[in-house]
Write a protein of this length. Structure first.
Length: 358
């Protein structure tokens, strides 16, 4: 039976001499995770990390037992090699490699790097169970479910409770056109939601699908609507088993404009963008030059001039971008979404794209 040494104020397992003559306390009991505590502790750590790291849900990968590493004290003055046996958001149990003694201590007594590592493990374990136990679990049913964000943005969300929670799945965001704006949380359910949410596509390429509804065509996918959408995306990545390196953005018409705009404002978030019959700000082309993009436009579009897409593609190429693709559909007008999303080559290309590591 191994000796478990509890942390005492002013005593740490970094100094072996401090442990001589100790009585053996009982082993560390399993500490049930409290979501509020995890959120509070993890949130305080994440403010020190860049946005790209927050959105990357592969912070620690699969959780492995018996992990061995060097552990450092909070003041950085000492360290010891040890094997991680148990962990929670507030406490760890570690077996020291030099004498195989087992210690439990508060996470806060470890270095910032070690704390971030432990909290990352806690987060991954929480995500592994999130399809059935997390805050979004009631809306993960295998069909689209309605929801409203804290800021009041309506959306529908698709996810499958039968998925393996230890795996990470892409997230596809669909931005509708102006005519589907409103507050019914239903009108937006067309375009990419049908094609990528089909049984056939989900069997071949399972993915979460987010379909927000813009409250007003006069606002579009910008200003507060854009801000609120990004908060929803961040919340989904933080609380569901989303692959943060495979977040895809697509939209048609007003949603095409929104795709260009949001991708240019947040290029570090998305792995690929598919804007249909839209346009963007050519002055932001430099922000898009390293992002895989496949744009579509009908050459007979009488609502959004085809030059809107042509000019964006040219501006990106002129800025040195080589990952942009453009398909101009001869004889096609504005309503191209049905045909584009039905293409067999689009999902193949899209789901091959992964965001470069920050």
């Amino acid at each position: 039976m191994r000796k478990v040494v509890d942390h005492k104020p002013g005593k740490l397992p970094f100094d072996r001499s401090a442990d001589k003559g100790k009585a053996m306390p009982s082993p560390l009991p399993e500490v049930p995770l409290q979501e509020s505590g995890i959120d509070r502790k993890f949130g305080s750590m994440m403010k020190f990390l860049p946005l790209a790291a927050i959105l990357c849900s592969t912070l620690c990968g699969q959780i492995q037992g018996g992990e061995k590493r060097a552990w450092t004290s909070a003041d950085g003055a000492s360290s010891f090699p040890g094997e991680l046996l148990e962990f929670s958001a507030t406490e760890v149990k570690i077996k020291r490699s030099t004498d195989f003694r087992i210690f439990k201590m508060p996470v806060e007594k470890l270095s910032q790097e070690d704390q971030a590592h432990i909290l990352g493990l806690v987060r991954e374990r929480t995500l592994n169970a999130s399809l059935k136990e997390g805050p979004y679990a009631p809306r993960i049913t295998g069909k689209f479910e309605k929801a409203t964000s804290t800021e009041g943005l309506n959306f529908q969300l698709f996810g499958d409770p039968k998925w393996d929670g230890t795996k990470r799945y892409p997230l596809l965001i669909w931005l509708h056109g102006a005519g589907q704006s409103g507050s019914d949380n239903e009108a937006q359910m067309g375009g990419a939601t049908k094609a990528f949410g089909s049984e056939e596509n989900q069997a071949a390429r399972p993915c979460f699908i987010l379909a927000p509804q813009c409250p007003s065509r006069d606002i579009g996918w910008k200003a507060d609507v854009e801000t609120n959408l990004m908060k929803v995306i961040g919340d989904l990545v933080d609380k569901l088993p989303v692959d943060g390196n495979r977040i895809y953005l697509t939209g048609s018409s007003m949603g095409g404009f929104g795709s260009w705009n949001i991708a240019a404002n947040h290029p570090e978030v998305f792995a690929a963008v598919v804007p249909l019959c839209g346009g963007g700000d050519v002055k932001k082309a430099d922000m898009l030059k390293q992002l895989p993009i496949w744009a579509f436009h009908g050459d007979q579009d009488d609502q959004v001039p085809v030059d809107k897409s042509r000019s964006m593609v040219k501006a990106i190429e002129d800025a040195g971008g080589s990952l942009v693709k453009y398909t101009e559909l001869p004889g096609e007008g504005h309503l191209i979404a049905g045909g584009v999303y039905a293409r067999s080559d689009l999902p193949v290309w899209l789901f091959e794209q992964k965001r470069a590591a920050p």
